[in-house]
Design a protein around this ligand. Structure first.
Ligand SMILES: Nc1ncnc2c1ncn2[C@@H]1O[C@H](COP(=O)(O)OP(=O)(O)O)[C@@H](O)[C@H]1O
Ligand SMILES: [Mg+2]
Length: 327
């Protein structure tokens, strides 16, 4: 099977300029290790999920893949072509075929624009993909496809509920008939039933149009319903990666296990189980802990974990994990 997207050793550090306090105490700019050594591929028609708590670097990976920010190191390969070596034609193909449903979609919408105008924006950005005379037809088709009425086109974004606003985001992403969509937390902040309806919509669209997704979420239980593969991120790095169901049923990394235990599940029978919470917070990416960055929160931590950073390596079959003492 052909890979739609391949990423190799992505690295992105941000430099936080020194503030007034830092100047007084003579501290220079701080380095934030947002993304480090991230590699994966997604075959056509598959969904790969990236999960992890807030601040782990998921959105940064999304923005790198969509070329919205520049890489420090690494490679992004779209349909077999390195982004840096694309001809103009290949680059245009990538821009049209790699779509984005941004996190906080509603706040990214222009509140003074009608939904109809918002949905026509992709045609302005990429003229020629859909002919002028077909634009209106296309918008109506897509609006219907995502379960909104034609009347929605004449409304403003704030007139929609959270779930409907996501549908507008989905519609906008579909406008140019993309092959690949990066969905950044498309269900966060929605209650379970609305979440489920968005997931079902995305599943139907994927099947109908043979779409490939990178699905970003902080909820590992939700991604189990949509993804074929999962990469679990912690402080900018993938610490476990593998097939969804297997990873979910039999986590190898203690962080993956803790994530599964700490988030609410869709299934009814789990409702009674009191959820364990993941202890502590994600440490600052400015000065990550030595050794395994998860060790201060890990209940299985041993002295080796404080000193030596575990590499992401094959543990079993297709499964890779970065842990000295895998479960
Ligand atoms: N433009 C930026 N400038 C400085 N720091 C950033 C920027 N974007 C993200 N970060 C930092 O990088 C880390 C990863 O952020 P992000 O990719 O948004 O994580 P996630 O999506 O998993 O919550 C965080 O510590 C965040 O504060
Ligand atoms: Mg994010």
């Amino acid at each position: 099977m052909m890979n739609i997207i391949e990423v190799r050793d992505l690295q992105k550090y941000f430099y936080k300029k020194s503030g007034i306090l830092h100047k007084i105490f003579g501290v220079g700019p701080q380095i934030i290790q947002a993304v480090d050594q991230v590699s994966f591929n997604i075959e056509r028609g598959n969904t790969m999920a990236l999960v992890g708590e807030s601040g782990c670097g998921k959105t940064t990976v999304a923005r790198l893949i969509l070329n919205l920010i520049e890489l420090d190191e690494g490679k992004i390969i779209f349909k077999g072509k390195d982004l840096n070596e694309m001809s103009e034609e290949e680059y245009n193909d990538y821009r049209e075929n790699a779509a984005f449903i941004a996190q906080d979609f509603r706040s990214s919408l222009n509140p003074r624009k009608l939904v109809g105008e918002i949905l026509a924006e992709p045609f302005r950005i990429h003229p020629g993909v859909v002919s002028k005379k077909n634009e209106e037809k296309r918008i109506k088709e897509i609006v219907d496809l995502v379960g909104l009425s034609e009347k929605s086109l004449l409304k403003f974004p704030h007139e929609f509920s959270g779930g409907q606003a996501r549908r507008i985001g989905v519609a906008r992403a579909l406008m140019l008939n993309p092959e690949f969509i990066v969905c950044d937390e498309p269900t966060s902040g929605l209650d379970l039933s609305i979440s489920a309806s968005i997931i079902n919509l995305m599943k139907d669209l994927r099947d109908e149009f043979d779409l490939t997704y990178l699905w970003i979420s902080h909820n590992l239980n939700v991604v189990n319903y949509i993804s074929d593969y999962v990469g679990v991120m912690y402080l900018g790095r993938i610490i476990e990666i593998g097939k969804s169901r297997a990873l979910f049923n039999n986590p190898t990394h203690p962080y993956t296990e803790a994530l599964i235990e700490s988030v609410p599940s869709f299934s009814q029978e789990n409702k009674k189980i009191k959820r364990k919470t993941l202890k502590g917070e994600v440490p600052s990416p400015i000065d990550p802990p030595a050794g395994c960055s998860f060790h201060p929160r890990c209940k299985y931590s041993q002295s080796k974990c404080k000193e030596i950073t575990p590499e992401l390596e094959i543990k079993e079959g297709e499964r890779k994990a970065a842990c000295h003492f895998p479960l």
